[in-house]
Design a binder for this molecule. Structure first.
Ligand code: HEC
Ligand code: HEC
Ligand code: HEC
Ligand code: HEC
Length: 188
């Protein structure tokens, strides 16, 4: 009771108010800092700052995802990071593990390293995409199954329809059938 009474004294009320105000300010700064970080980490430039010696960006430009009649160049994170904010943050935390790799792998930034390790790295990337049922692909290609465009190849429409007819858990995911859509997928 004594404690309560002390709290309710005018001076204490003021300090509680001050604490609340400070709390809100810190919260707001934190929120906007996170938004800024998320934004900064969402550019090709961010990815390429570590992958700087790798031909990854050029590969996208030469693929259908960078060189198409629609004039669209798909960005790294549109394929590699999930669209939902929460999953997005989680994947970021995983990506931030790469800081250790970046600091410890000898010659990581070289094209040689990429070519030597391409198969292993590609399969890691595919494993992640399978784990999210190629959600990033489906985010753009969102009418493949339900409303395929009239000019889509008959064979594609047929393959997709056959896949979609299966039970959801037996369905193949996009990257099971489509590898190398942005970078050359290594044969071995
Ligand atoms: C801090 C440096 C750093 C940044 C920034 C970075 N990467 Fe990486 N990345 C690495 C390292 C190191 C590896 C390989 C080592 C490993 O597997 O941990 C890697 C591997 C990968 C792989 C293949 C392995 C896997 O787990 O999928 C993909 C895909 C990838 N990065 C995509 C990206 C994208 C997209 C971005 C931008 C959103 C990005 N990286 C930003 C350092 C970085
Ligand atoms: C930001 C939107 C976007 C994302 C994300 C995206 N695509 Fe695409 N995709 C496109 C565009 C645009 C084209 C080119 C269409 C054209 O040429 O008319 C395309 C073309 C394609 C093609 C036909 C060309 C080819 O390579 O044979 C396939 C297959 C494809 N995408 C699969 C995928 C897969 C698999 C993923 C996920 C790893 C993916 N896409 C992610 C927008 C996207
Ligand atoms: C069972 C295998 C299979 C699955 C799963 C699959 N595709 Fe395809 N897809 C094909 C085949 C085969 C073609 C025709 C050959 C080609 O263009 O590569 C095709 C063609 C395409 C094309 C080009 C169509 C055109 O003619 O313009 C796009 C885009 C595409 N698929 C996107 C996707 C996306 C996105 C997913 C996941 C939602 C997906 N596919 C799942 C087999 C598959
Ligand atoms: C259209 C979707 C798409 C875009 C855009 C894209 N990637 Fe990928 N990336 C993939 C897929 C799918 C794989 C898995 C291997 C494969 O199928 O070729 C992959 C594999 C990788 C790998 C593993 C090594 C390799 O070559 O397979 C790295 C590293 C990587 N991507 C980084 C990037 C960076 C950096 C960017 C932006 C400059 C980028 N990716 C843009 C879809 C994409």
């Amino acid at each position: 009771m004594n404690f309560l009474r002390k709290l309710l004294k005018p001076s204490a009320k003021l300090s509680i108010l001050a604490l609340v105000v400070i709390g809100i300010v810190i919260g707001a700064v934190g929120f906007f800092a996170t938004q800024q970080t998320l934004h900064a980490t969402s550019t090709n430039a961010f990815c390429m700052s570590c992958h700087s010696g790798h031909s990854l960006e050029q590969e996208v430009l030469e693929s259908p995802h960078g060189n198409n009649n629609a004039g669209i160049v798909v960005q790294c994170q549109q394929c590699h990071l999930p669209p939902q904010p929460l999953q997005y943050l989680v994947k970021k935390v995983i990506v931030s593990k790469d800081i250790i790799g970046y600091l410890t792998i000898d010659g990581f930034e070289t094209q040689d390293w990429l070519e030597t390790n391409r198969k292993q790295q590609a399969d890691l990337a595919l494993k992640y995409l399978r784990s999210i049922d190629s959600a990033t692909c489906q985010n753009c290609h969102n009418s493949i199954y339900t409303n395929p465009p009239s000019n889509m190849k008959k064979m594609a429409v047929r393959m997709h329809a056959m896949n979609f007819k299966k039970d959801p858990e037996k369905r193949k995911t996009c990257v099971d059938c489509h590898k190398g859509v942005a970078h050359p997928y290594p044969k071995k």
